[in-house]
Design a protein around this ligand. Structure first.
Ligand SMILES: *Cc1c(COP(=O)(O)O)cnc(C)c1O
Length: 225
């Protein structure tokens, strides 16, 4: 009997299928495995399967889990996908390889300062509040041009745009909107799509899908979202 696919293999197959339908190359998509709330023992199997990009939403939790895991797997790329307080900018720049939640002028300043201090240049996605929901963070659409200009003036490496569409409504229009915004502003990356909608997001231009539940199962701990 053939062995059943692992969750990672299933997600990879779905990504490949979505790419085929969208006439895109799988290499255009980075799968970020969202390991927030999950302990090292749950992360190890994915590392052993070759997964390299991981997402965490809290600086402190990541500081506890990742230094040891990284020692064994130095090629790991850590993505910060949760809201970031300016006073944690130094810690975030030290630990993370990509930040997906740049959303306000004060954070541009804090991150620029942290990057100057540490000498690390960490690519940042600007999170856009596509659903006009304050609690998830994100820059209001109307303020995006000014924020991008500020980030460019501060010489922050800009990776692209990120969004978390409102829960429980059809996400496709929000993905299409983020794709258009990124194009209008000449940005490559689109961080969009989670367990329930990453295939849709890929069809609409996503370059970074952030997938937790489909890889790790349900989270039992409360999280920010
Ligand atoms: C938790 C989280 C995810 C992963 O969500 P799943 O539905 O478990 O795939 C993706 N993006 C962000 C910003 C998150 O906080």
């Amino acid at each position: 009997m053939e062995k059943a696919d692992t969750p990672l293999q299933q997600v990879q197959t779905n990504i490949a299928q979505a790419c085929k339908l969208a006439r895109r190359k799988v290499e255009e998509i980075t799968l970020v495995a969202v390991s927030k709330t999950h302990p090292a023992e749950a992360i190890e199997p994915l590392l052993l399967e070759g997964q390299r990009h991981f997402g965490e939403n809290r600086v402190q939790e990541a500081q506890g889990k990742w230094p040891a895991l990284r020692e064994a797997h130095p090629a790991v790329q850590l993505h910060l996908i949760g809201q970031l307080q300016s006073n944690k900018a130094d810690d975030a720049v030290e630990l993370f390889d990509v930040i997906h939640s740049l959303d306000r002028p004060s954070l541009v300043k804090a991150l620029a300062k942290a990057m100057d201090k540490t000498g690390r240049r960490v690519p940042c996605f600007v999170q856009v509040d596509v659903g006009e929901e304050d609690q998830k963070g994100g820059c209001p659409v109307a303020e995006l041009p000014a924020l991008l200009e500020l980030a460019r003036d501060a010489d922050l490496p800009l990776a692209g745009l990120m969004c978390i569409p409102p829960f429980d409504i059809e996400p496709a229009p929000f993905f299409a909107f983020l794709d258009k915004l990124a194009r209008d502003h000449g940005l490559e990356g689109r961080s969009m799509g989670m367990s329930g909608d990453y295939e849709t997001a890929i069809k609409l231009g996503s370059t970074h899908v952030r997938v937790g539940t489909a890889l790790f199962g349900e989270r039992f701990q409360a999280t920010q979202h």
